[in-house]
Write a protein that binds this ligand. Sequence first.
Ligand SMILES: C[S@@+](CC[C@H](N)C(=O)[O-])C[C@H]1O[C@@H](n2cnc3c(N)ncnc32)[C@H](O)[C@@H]1O
Length: 297
Amino acid sequence: MPGSTHDDPLPDCHPSAGPRILPASAPSGFVSLVGAGPGCPDLITLRGLKSLAAAEVVLYDALLDPSFTEYFPQQALALSVGKRGGQAQVEQSDIHRLMIDHARGGRRVVRLKGGDPLVFGRGGEEARALEAAGISFEVIPGVSALQAAAAGAGFPLTHREVSRRITILEGHHLPDTAAAWRDLAASGGTMAVYMGTRTLQALSRSLLEHGAPPTLPVALVERAQSPGQTSTFSTLGHAAAGALRPTTPGPGLFFIGEALNHRFHPTLEIPHEPLAPVSGSAREARARGGRRERRAS
Ligand SMILES: C[S@@+](CC[C@H](N)C(=O)[O-])C[C@H]1O[C@@H](n2cnc3c(N)ncnc32)[C@H](O)[C@@H]1O
């Protein structure tokens, strides 16, 4: 838009409008890749929830709290296709096939993914598979674990005096050259390491060896935004010495950076009010005294 700046108001999005309408051009089947947020249902977006309410097939991830299924429509076919700790229960190619086959069968499919679909979630691969198959689809963003953990544990990810960048890393694939480690150690902002609870000691050691100060604050936030959330604050030196260990079976996110020194203490540690039932959901059916039934795959 000519003359537009990033401060211009957004167009009216009508968030209170009723059920979402499929694009007129969409064939009968449609796939929504929906970010579910960090695990508990009350952190899904309103758009994601509307999409879920209209689903005929839900393919969902392992990291979601089981209570999520309460928000699946009663008649929807719900299939867990999650992977946990790298243990594939369903091959990625099978997930693609399921989405494509159900959409070709004219069904409205929700692929419900932990956090944000495009952050370490293979959402990009799934979107490209749908595109290649000629299936209409959308991507609905979600709250990523990074944001959930910072808000839950009480620290900023950026801070105008000490952290003006966020580096997102994957703990299974750390730098493999001294130059890359030196760059990382000198990067200065906040590092957030997904899938890094098992490698946090090795990561901390390497950062120390390549110039990061041992006093740099670190935090391990586990089960962010769930009732079992834990957050452990320490220093890089202690983490390198093995003094920082997971306290739960996970999942967990490891943070490093000066911004962690700017902690705050939310009054309500974990907001956990239940969501209102979605019309036609399994929860609503139970409230009416009905049994919850699932179609077999
Ligand atoms: C395969 S990645 C998926 C990330 C997801 N797409 C997102 O945007 O948050 C899984 C990793 O995310 C992190 N994670 C997911 N949920 C979490 C939570 N509730 N608390 C802490 N870390 C979490 C952990 O590092 C976990 O190993």
